[in-house]
Design a protein. Structure first.
Length: 92
């Protein structure tokens, strides 16, 4: 599944070039702190249960935030991914 590995859940937020720098930094600070707090309490693998039932919700993954900074003209953002850095195209 795109954005999911055995150990990491990838999340992205998109920032446009016209975003107010103060608001952008504030939003990213909140997200960074939330992800840091979430990852502080990530547990290691759960011990195997002596049961035949599979517990799907027991996955323990680190959350990783990606910030996609769009560039170029707004009309091009939806048509193609030229506004997103190639290293951030992990969800294709």
């Amino acid at each position: 599944m795109p954005g999911v590995s055995d150990t990491v859940l990838h999340f992205a937020t998109i920032v446009t070039p016209d975003a107010d720098p103060v608001k952008r930094r504030g939003m990213l600070d909140v997200l960074d702190h939330f992800f840091a707090d979430k990852n502080t309490f990530t547990r290691g693998p759960s011990p195997r249960l002596l049961s035949t039932h599979v517990m799907m919700f027991k996955a323990n993954r680190r959350w990783q935030l990606h910030v996609w900074q769009l560039t170029g003209e707004p009309a091009t953002w939806r048509r193609n991914s030229s506004g997103i850095s190639p290293r951030n195209r992990c969800w294709r």
